[in-house]
Design a binder for this molecule. Sequence first.
Ligand code: PMP
Length: 400
Amino acid sequence: MLFDKFQAMADFQASLAEREVAPFGAVTEEILSATEGVVQGHKVLLAGTNNYLGLSYDPRCIKAARDAAQRWGTGTTGSRLANGSFAEHQALETEIAGFYGVDHAIVFSTGYAATMGMCSTLAGPGDVILMDGDSHASIYAGVKLSGAEVIRFKHSDPEDLAKRMRRLGDRANQALIIAEGIYSMLGDVAPLQEIAAVKREYGGYLLVDEAHSMGVLGDSGRGAAQAAGVEADVDFSVGTFSKSLGAIGGFCVSPHVELEAIRFCITAYIFTASSSPSVIASTRESLRIIGQEPQLREKLWDNANHLYDGLKSLGLPVGPTASPVVAVEMEDRSATIDCWKALMEAGVYVNLVVPPASPSTSFLLRNSVSAAHSSEQIDMIIAAYAGILEAGLINPPQAT
Ligand code: PMP
């Protein structure tokens, strides 16, 4: 039957309801600040957002959005190719290209549309894509739609990439290589220096999804490629406005003039309405702030190190290096759900991640920090974890 394939999900949701937990789609009833809200009746510290710089609640961004709604209305009601290109969209395209020091940019309505749209359009039947095996769903969706031959290389393994490039022979220099900057679930940074070196050796084109690394890494916040010093090797940088920029939308920037023609071939750009002017205006303001206030990034990393060190010293199984995403990796689904619920009751909201959203078969308590968190708030998160350890909910902790 058509619906049979959904039964396992229906059963899983029913089992959660029996335990009175709703980790997926937990409803935020109120936002009190960039780091606090009321979720499902609990006043909680928000430690499971991607609001890395806290800009979703910055008064300057809110004012920009309000002014733009006043001036332009609430929506564009059309595609960029029809009535949906406002001066605001063009201004943001110029500014984001300038931020990256390149000449070409496309602004999309979501990050998903940007990544999926670029991956599905750049390569087509007869072309080859080499993608990291732990790529985001938007990359998987895009490469599937592309019709290209898709080869996965082992997660963040440049040697495996090189081996597969070698096997391609002459086709390697036309291949599209896809990696991310910071991987969203475990917070690990891609080895972009080594990946760029493979591209230099075998040829091809490199697309980097900087969704979680823009505003977070690099001297001027351009992301992981800037931090690795390999921006000259990147052909296409894609990213989102929904994380460090605190709004919604996506972008692709490139030094290649061909991006202007590619724009008119991306269905995820053509057949969808453009972003509301208020969204674009707050994004422009956030971009300006990111460029002018590197102290936000410094505070973010102070908080990231603080949380990572704190959870690690409790003996929790966190990843190998500190990052604004700190994931506690668990093996048992039921225990992970109990921990998530106990953290909520202790006043801390984190993300519960289950396969296939998590890489491998593990279950994650995914914590993310913001520059807007105070040091005391980071201590509260650590204390909440100490509480679940004391309650025997994670047992026994395995340090990595
Ligand atoms: N790429 C990556 C790597 C992501 O993590 C995400 C969002 N989690 C996206 C793209 C999509 O971005 P958005 O949610 O802003 O549409």
